[in-house]
Design a protein around this ligand. Structure first.
Ligand SMILES: Cc1cc2nc3c(=O)[nH]c(=O)nc-3n(C[C@H](O)[C@H](O)[C@H](O)COP(=O)(O)O)c2cc1C
Length: 199
């Protein structure tokens, strides 16, 4: 029988959010009784007649609605765009009304992560925006805990609402030690919660 899995789902244009997802996945994998699937969403075009190839040219596979419906936990990530969710991920989420109607995600644990170019450019706002549709889906939103010393000491990203990365104006995809540790802890803790709830 296949293991329950945590879905790490994101959009990333320049690679920072994708880099964060790798550390989060590493944290999830520390829980051996749970699997991880890492998925992205395709870009959206300015005209809706243009379709992306079904297989991405680079990076992890595109997410299907079934993969979202069948996950045991979800970790959702987006770059901060004007303090909110990037439209490709919002576009994907806006196609999940059948999952909402059938209650597929109710009582499943979830957490959120983001990357932004400026320190006060809205990391927290974006994390709250990411959590909002998950509340509508009836999910259990897990915070980051101050038990993680990195959350108090970070000079870059990292919030109690979820992991974040300060990419700066150069779009630096390399995470600071505190940021990567918080990503790993976030993955680990969500996996632990999923296991506790599925005992
Ligand atoms: C349309 C647009 C809006 C953006 N808005 C913000 C913002 O409000 N705050 C911020 O800190 N960065 C903002 N950025 C920068 C991205 O959030 C940042 O470069 C992020 O690290 C990109 O993640 P990625 O490398 O995964 O694509 C914006 C970028 C774009 C293209």
């Amino acid at each position: 029988m296949s293991l329950p899995y945590i879905l790490i789902l994101y959009y990333s244009r320049h690679g920072s959010v994708a880099e964060m997802a790798k550390y989060i996945a590493r944290g999830v994998k520390k829980q051996t009784a749970i699997d991880v699937k890492v998925r992205q969403v395709p870009d959206v075009a300015t005209t809706t007649t243009s379709l992306s190839p079904s297989i991405p040219e680079e990076g992890v596979p595109y997410c299907t609605l079934d993969e979202l419906a069948e996950c045991s936990g979800l970790i959702l990530g987006s770059p901060s765009y004007f303090g909110s969710i990037a439209s490709p991920l919002k576009f994907f989420l806006d196609q999940t009304s059948t999952l909402w109607m059938t209650g597929k995600l109710i009582d499943k644990p979830a957490s959120v992560f983001t990357s932004g170019s400026s320190m006060h450019g809205g990391h927290e706002m974006c994390l709250q925006a990411l959590a909002t549709p998950l509340f509508h889906h009836g999910m259990i939103i897990q915070s980051q805990s101050y038990k993680a010393k990195e959350l108090m000491q970070t000079q870059t990203g990292g919030t109690p609402y979820g992991a974040s990365h300060l990419a700066s104006s150069t779009n630096n995809t390399e995470l600071s030690n505190d940021e990567s540790a918080l990503c790993e802890i976030q993955g680990y803790r969500l996996a632990k919660l999923v296991m506790q709830l599925n005992k």
